[in-house]
Every structure is written in structure tokens, then in C-alpha cells.
Design a protein around this ligand. Sequence first.
Ligand code: NAP
Length: 74
Amino acid sequence: PLTGIVHSAGLVADNYLIRKDPEELARVLAPKVRGLVNLDELSRDLPLRAFVCFSSITGAFGNAGQGDYAAANA
Ligand SMILES: NC(=O)c1ccc[n+]([C@@H]2O[C@H](COP(=O)([O-])OP(=O)(O)OC[C@H]3O[C@@H](n4cnc5c(N)ncnc54)[C@H](OP(=O)(O)O)[C@@H]3O)[C@@H](O)[C@H]2O)c1
């Protein structure tokens, strides 16, 4: 059986918030938010020993031009 998952998908699209459009925001959030939820739900009944997720320090401290990426990682 599948016993481990490594979620490393992520995407940056640096842009100040004032220039962000909804499509870009959704694109950056997708792998980290929907991707993680999908993997979690689909593996619910599997005997996982590890579920490793790659976040970023940006999720804790923020970074100029990466508001969406920071939110996605947080
Ligand atoms: N590199 C760093 O300095 C750093 C620092 C902190 C955290 N991280 C995190 O560590 C992880 C790996 O970073 P990396 O630098 O190795 O990134 P990377 O080389 O850009 O690889 C990211 C991978 O995510 C895939 N991906 C993006 N959006 C996706 C989606 N919607 N669905 C499925 N796959 C998707 C990409 O696939 P395609 O190639 O097919 O687009 C790519 O293979 C990421 O989660 C990143 O946020 C990286």
C-alpha cells in the first residue's frame, strides 16, 4: 500500500498586491491549499506513516510581492 506522501508542489508569481488579479491569486493558492486538501481527503483511508508538506518561511514572516504565496504556505 501507499504509506507516504510528499507534497512539494508550489508556485510563486511575485507581484505587489495592488497588481494581483484573482486568477493569479487562485493559481498560487491552488497547489498549496486545494492540492493539500485533495491529497488529505484521498488518502484518508490509507495506512500513511508520513505526510510531508513543504511550506516556506514566507508563510511565517511574509515577503514583499508574495502575499498570496505567504498565505498559501501559512
Ligand atoms: N526553492 C526554495 O528556495 C524554497 C523555499 C521555501 C519553500 N519552498 C517550497 O518547497 C517546494 C519545492 O520548491 P522548489 O523550489 O523545488 O519548486 P519548483 O522547482 O518550482 O517545483 C515545484 C513543483 O510544483 C509543481 N506544481 C506547481 N503548481 C502545481 C499544481 N497546481 N499542481 C501540481 N503541481 C504543481 C510544479 O510542476 P510543473 O513543473 O509541472 O509546473 C513543480 O514541479 C515548494 O512547495 C516551495 O514552495 C521552496
